[in-house]
Design a protein around this ligand. Sequence first.
Ligand code: DGY
Length: 320
Amino acid sequence: MKVLISRNIPDTTAVRLMEEGFEVITAEKGKIWTSEELTKTCQNVDFLLHRGGTALDANFFQNCSHLKGIALTSVGYNHVDITAATKACIPISNTPDVLSEATADIALLLMLTVSRKAFFRANQIIRGEWQGLGSTDDLGVELYGKTLGIFGLGRIGLALARRAKVIYGMDIIYYNRHRNVEAEREVDAVYVSFDKLLEKSDVISIHANLSSETKDRFNATAFKKMKKSAIFINTARGKIHNEVDLTEALVNGDIWGAGLDVTNPEPMLPSNPLLSMSNVCVLPHIGSATVETRTKMTLMAVNNLIAVKNGKKMPQVVNA
Ligand code: DGY
């Protein structure tokens, strides 16, 4: 049984696959696959262990219907045509839960660095532009006691809400497709309509999947309804906000600042005006990028492949 690992993973997880009798084919470090290359290489394997980057579309599944299972090392699977995978009878797994704490940390980091303009300030020192700060020049704002609005209160949203509540005494409001009673009980989160979330939040943090319902949800209309003092944080998927509208909202002062770990496209072009704004911090999609979390994610993916090889259902299957 051969498995293609399309992006580098920790050595320990590749060893685990070999112990289970898989023949492992590993991509060269940093390889970015075209769809054609990935489809061609998959002709010679039985399983695929895959991260984001190259989309697995209907064409891929048509040409790779022999695959016995695909384990994703990501919680999001918007880059995979799940309907086409199901039609080809290929089980797909993802990695829920294990990246919630690491991603919530990045959301909090963005909240802090944007509210205090810390990233911009640090870069002023690096560029030799810091002349000393006058007492009222370009000040930051505080998070303590403010209202955090969470769009999509699942596992990651709740991990952020705990931090915001305990460390910063923030009030938590949220908008979700369904009410999250656990969160309401644990962090006193209050369920509100989407418009109320926009109107009442001092910080809005996105923790929803990308879907037809959430794509471009944060657009000019939404930004106009937010407080002029609001900070917008997105660590979920770049297509949930409209980048042109976000840029205009920041330039026009419709909102106060933004922190992004996800952009559209990724990587963001160096010429993007957002990158030179003092009230914006953009990170290169590092929500899950810790040794601990990436190890847990790849081990989870590996266990899903082992399950299929042993004739069992993938524990984290997304297309049951
Ligand atoms: C995910 O797992 O979906 C995160 O965005 C990390 O890639």
